[in-house]
Design a protein around this ligand. Structure first.
Ligand code: ZN
Length: 143
Protein backbone atom coordinates (compact mmCIF):
# COMPACT_ATOMS: atom_id res chain seq x y z
CA UNK A 1 0.00 0.00 0.00
CA UNK A 2 1.49 3.30 -1.06
CA UNK A 3 1.60 6.38 1.06
CA UNK A 4 -1.26 8.03 -0.86
CA UNK A 5 -3.40 4.90 -0.61
CA UNK A 6 -2.87 5.00 3.14
CA UNK A 7 -3.80 8.69 3.22
CA UNK A 8 -6.93 8.00 1.19
CA UNK A 9 -7.89 5.09 3.46
CA UNK A 10 -7.35 7.25 6.53
CA UNK A 11 -9.43 10.04 4.98
CA UNK A 12 -12.32 7.62 4.33
CA UNK A 13 -12.17 6.32 7.89
CA UNK A 14 -12.02 9.87 9.25
CA UNK A 15 -14.98 10.94 7.10
CA UNK A 16 -17.03 7.95 8.24
CA UNK A 17 -16.10 8.63 11.85
CA UNK A 18 -17.10 12.29 11.55
CA UNK A 19 -20.42 11.29 9.97
CA UNK A 20 -21.07 8.78 12.74
CA UNK A 21 -20.13 11.36 15.36
CA UNK A 22 -22.48 13.91 13.77
CA UNK A 23 -25.30 11.33 13.79
CA UNK A 24 -24.68 10.55 17.45
CA UNK A 25 -24.67 14.26 18.34
CA UNK A 26 -27.93 14.74 16.40
CA UNK A 27 -29.55 11.82 18.23
CA UNK A 28 -28.40 13.14 21.60
CA UNK A 29 -29.71 16.58 20.67
CA UNK A 30 -33.11 15.19 19.65
CA UNK A 31 -33.30 13.14 22.83
CA UNK A 32 -32.35 16.15 24.93
CA UNK A 33 -35.11 18.23 23.31
CA UNK A 34 -37.79 15.56 23.67
CA UNK A 35 -36.65 14.03 26.93
CA UNK A 36 -37.63 14.85 30.48
CA UNK A 37 -37.22 18.42 31.62
CA UNK A 38 -37.41 19.77 35.09
CA UNK A 39 -40.76 21.27 35.90
CA UNK A 40 -42.65 19.37 33.21
CA UNK A 41 -44.89 16.33 33.47
CA UNK A 42 -42.08 14.05 32.36
CA UNK A 43 -43.41 11.15 34.41
CA UNK A 44 -46.43 10.86 32.14
CA UNK A 45 -46.40 7.45 30.43
CA UNK A 46 -46.70 7.09 26.70
CA UNK A 47 -49.61 5.33 25.00
CA UNK A 48 -47.99 2.58 22.95
CA UNK A 49 -51.10 1.18 21.27
CA UNK A 50 -52.87 3.78 19.20
CA UNK A 51 -54.67 4.33 15.93
CA UNK A 52 -55.81 7.45 14.19
CA UNK A 53 -58.12 8.44 11.42
CA UNK A 54 -59.52 11.65 10.00
CA UNK A 55 -61.92 12.22 12.89
CA UNK A 56 -60.34 10.57 15.91
CA UNK A 57 -57.14 9.66 17.68
CA UNK A 58 -57.63 6.46 19.67
CA UNK A 59 -55.20 5.29 22.32
CA UNK A 60 -54.93 2.56 24.90
CA UNK A 61 -54.40 3.98 28.37
CA UNK A 62 -51.08 2.75 29.83
CA UNK A 63 -52.67 2.76 33.31
CA UNK A 64 -55.99 0.91 32.94
CA UNK A 65 -55.58 -0.53 29.38
CA UNK A 66 -58.93 0.89 28.29
CA UNK A 67 -59.18 2.65 24.94
CA UNK A 68 -60.15 6.31 24.77
CA UNK A 69 -61.39 7.89 21.55
CA UNK A 70 -60.29 11.52 21.26
CA UNK A 71 -62.26 13.38 18.66
CA UNK A 72 -60.03 15.88 16.86
CA UNK A 73 -62.65 18.64 16.90
CA UNK A 74 -64.36 18.26 20.27
CA UNK A 75 -61.59 16.74 22.42
CA UNK A 76 -58.27 17.76 20.89
CA UNK A 77 -59.52 21.04 19.37
CA UNK A 78 -57.29 20.70 16.33
CA UNK A 79 -57.13 18.96 12.99
CA UNK A 80 -53.35 19.26 12.98
CA UNK A 81 -51.29 16.10 13.29
CA UNK A 82 -50.65 15.17 16.91
CA UNK A 83 -46.90 15.12 17.32
CA UNK A 84 -47.09 15.04 21.12
CA UNK A 85 -49.97 15.73 23.44
CA UNK A 86 -50.81 15.03 27.07
CA UNK A 87 -54.36 13.79 27.63
CA UNK A 88 -56.40 12.25 30.42
CA UNK A 89 -57.94 8.81 30.13
CA UNK A 90 -61.73 8.85 29.75
CA UNK A 91 -61.99 5.86 32.10
CA UNK A 92 -59.47 6.24 34.96
CA UNK A 93 -58.81 9.98 34.36
CA UNK A 94 -55.04 9.53 34.72
CA UNK A 95 -52.75 11.47 32.38
CA UNK A 96 -50.77 9.94 29.55
CA UNK A 97 -49.04 11.10 26.41
CA UNK A 98 -50.13 10.45 22.85
CA UNK A 99 -47.86 10.89 19.86
CA UNK A 100 -47.09 9.41 16.47
CA UNK A 101 -50.15 10.58 14.59
CA UNK A 102 -50.63 9.80 10.92
CA UNK A 103 -49.00 12.41 8.68
CA UNK A 104 -51.15 11.60 5.66
CA UNK A 105 -53.12 14.27 3.87
CA UNK A 106 -56.87 14.59 4.34
CA UNK A 107 -57.83 12.58 1.27
CA UNK A 108 -55.31 9.84 2.13
CA UNK A 109 -56.72 9.51 5.65
CA UNK A 110 -60.25 9.26 4.32
CA UNK A 111 -59.26 6.64 1.75
CA UNK A 112 -57.40 4.78 4.49
CA UNK A 113 -60.57 4.83 6.60
CA UNK A 114 -62.30 2.97 3.77
CA UNK A 115 -60.08 -0.07 4.28
CA UNK A 116 -61.44 -0.49 7.79
CA UNK A 117 -65.00 0.07 6.55
CA UNK A 118 -64.54 -2.63 3.90
CA UNK A 119 -63.21 -5.07 6.51
CA UNK A 120 -66.28 -4.41 8.64
CA UNK A 121 -68.51 -4.71 5.53
CA UNK A 122 -69.72 -1.11 5.71
CA UNK A 123 -69.60 -0.77 1.93
CA UNK A 124 -72.20 2.00 1.77
CA UNK A 125 -70.15 4.29 4.02
CA UNK A 126 -67.05 3.57 1.99
CA UNK A 127 -68.86 4.48 -1.24
CA UNK A 128 -70.16 7.68 0.36
CA UNK A 129 -66.66 8.72 1.43
CA UNK A 130 -65.18 8.02 -1.98
CA UNK A 131 -68.06 9.81 -3.69
CA UNK A 132 -67.63 12.86 -1.48
CA UNK A 133 -63.90 12.87 -2.15
CA UNK A 134 -64.51 12.64 -5.88
CA UNK A 135 -67.14 15.39 -5.81
CA UNK A 136 -64.92 17.69 -3.82
CA UNK A 137 -62.10 17.08 -6.27
CA UNK A 138 -59.75 15.91 -3.53
CA UNK A 139 -59.43 12.39 -4.88
CA UNK A 140 -59.12 13.19 -8.56
CA UNK A 141 -56.84 16.18 -7.99
CA UNK A 142 -54.35 14.07 -6.03
CA UNK A 143 -54.27 11.00 -8.27
ZN1 ZN B 1 -57.06 4.77 31.98
Amino acid sequence: MTFWEKVLKFARIATASIAALAAIIALISIRARSGPRSGTLSHIPLAINKRSNYENFEAECPHCKEWSVFNRASDLHTFEHIARRDVNCFHCHKPYRIMGDSINNLHEMLVHDCYELIERKHYMNCILILTQLTESGLLTARL
